[in-house]
Design a protein around this ligand. Structure first.
Ligand SMILES: [Zn+2]
Length: 412
């Protein structure tokens, strides 16, 4: 496939007239004047911007089915009265349609890879693969569902060599998993070189509860279990101390900043700039659609940048270029994926229609993407395959209809 005459980001400006040659699932070359081979598919890139695939590094995709069902509530009644009763009814079909709905939304937002943690990981992986997205799928583990433990290793084994799916383990959090469960996750992660995807220091209550029980913060506790390493994907890290931050950096652990979810649930603000300046690899995530309520990394980038400025009372805090890096390069390095708009990289990218008011006047394109963009993703390609072309995703109407039916079944 050849994309002709697209613009790409150079510094913070536009470099126009670039052709992008895709050979199977890789980018073969980028530059002006590349020619199509006989019969090769050619996409018109004129007046469009090619961006590398964005990564949503923390979500629970099937929770799209709960979008808008319960908002503006306290955490405990929200879980007990609304979310848990619905989760108790979930079956494989629900997960499959919920995941497909989430994939649609992410494809429309230029997200080409996401990192999940939830129930029914096999269904999540299968539905994602059908939709053509790349994902790190964590098999969710919670103390209240001990029956899930037995399924984790077979799941890791089944998806070991998949081209699009990286299987992982998702122990929910240190206050919802026993030490035995955390050590079980650690052992399997070591055996399969798998990622551990966990919620960490998300709420003040989680930290205080653990400190009163163990005298350790959640970060110190994971350190004591030997779990702070580059295979740890720790979502939130809102209530982390300077000492915790040093430990996360020393262990080379990855942190996923989810500002919209943290603000909506009133969990607090992560010290994200301090995490970054201390050398922690920080990525961005939306969290589930029941606490965000969308899956849009562009929005997460804007909120990250402006909330940090406001909290620090410093307009130079968390500049646009840094949040752009969090959604792209930092995430690629977290998951060890050869991504990015470069020759040799996996062909995961989007084309954005530049003929929109929020991209004018032509100026600093990174600033426009973070602060002013409100739409325009036109084409999304993952692993060399076109998932959305000029705004059209095949099968979208069926997915929307089925997701509606699954929701109605769940609340009936
Ligand atoms: Zn979460």
């Amino acid at each position: 496939m050849l994309i002709k005459e697209a613009a790409i980001i150079k510094g913070d400006g536009l470099l126009k007239g670039q052709d992008i040659k895709i050979d199977e699932n890789r980018i073969a070359a980028i530059g002006p004047g590349l020619n199509a081979d006989r019969g090769e598919e050619v996409l018109d890139g004129r007046r469009k911007l090619a961006i590398p695939g964005l990564v949503n590094a923390h979500t629970h995709l099937a929770m799209t089915l709960f979008r808008g069902y319960a908002d503006d509530m306290e955490l405990v009644p929200w879980l007990k009265e609304k979310i848990w009763p619905l989760e108790a009814k979930l079956n494989e079909e629900d997960i499959s349609w919920g995941v497909k709905l989430g994939c649609l939304e992410q494809i429309r937002a230029g997200i080409t890879c996401y990192c999940d943690m939830y129930l029914f990981p096999d269904e999540t992986a299968s539905a994602t693969k059908k939709m053509g997205l790349r994902a790190v799928v964590g098999a969710g583990v919670f103390e209240i569902f001990p029956e899930l433990l037995g399924g984790v290793e077979p799941f890791l084994r089944r998806w070991q060599k998949d081209e699009l799916i990286t299987p992982a383990i998702g122990p929910h959090a240190v206050n919802t998993c026993s030490e035995q469960t955390l050590l079980f996750a650690k052992e399997l992660a070591e055996k399969y070189k798998a990622f551990i995807h966990i919620h960490l220091s998300e709420t003040r209550q989680e930290v205080e509860e653990l400190k009163s029980r163990m005298v350790l913060s959640p970060v110190e506790y994971l350190e004591s279990l030997g779990m702070l390493n580059s295979h740890l994907v720790a979502a939130h890290c809102v209530w982390v101390s300077p000492r915790d931050i040093e430990k996360l950096a020393a262990g080379k652990a990855n942190v996923v900043h989810c500002p919209v979810s943290n603000m909506k649930l009133a969990s607090g603000f992560s010290p994200v700039e301090r995490l970054c300046s201390s050398g922690v690899n920080v990525c961005l995530g939306t969290d589930g659609a029941s606490s965000n309520n969308n899956l849009n990394i562009f929005q997460e980038m804007k909120v990250s940048a402006i909330s940090e400025k406001c909290i620090r009372k410093n307009p130079t805090a968390l500049p646009a270029s840094l949040v752009w890096k969090m959604a792209t390069e930092n995430a690629y390095s977290c998951f060890g994926l050869p991504l990015g708009l470069r020759a040799g990289g996996l062909a995961d990218l989007s084309l954005i229609d530049l003929q929109r008011p929020w991209f004018y006047p032509e100026n600093n394109i990174v600033s426009h993407l973070i602060y002013s963009m409100t739409g325009g993703v036109d084409t999304t390609i993952v692993n060399g395959k076109i998932l959305m072309r000029e705004g059209i995703i095949p099968g979208e109407a069926e997915i929307l209809q089925s997701a509606q039916e699954r929701f109605e079944r769940l609340i009936s």
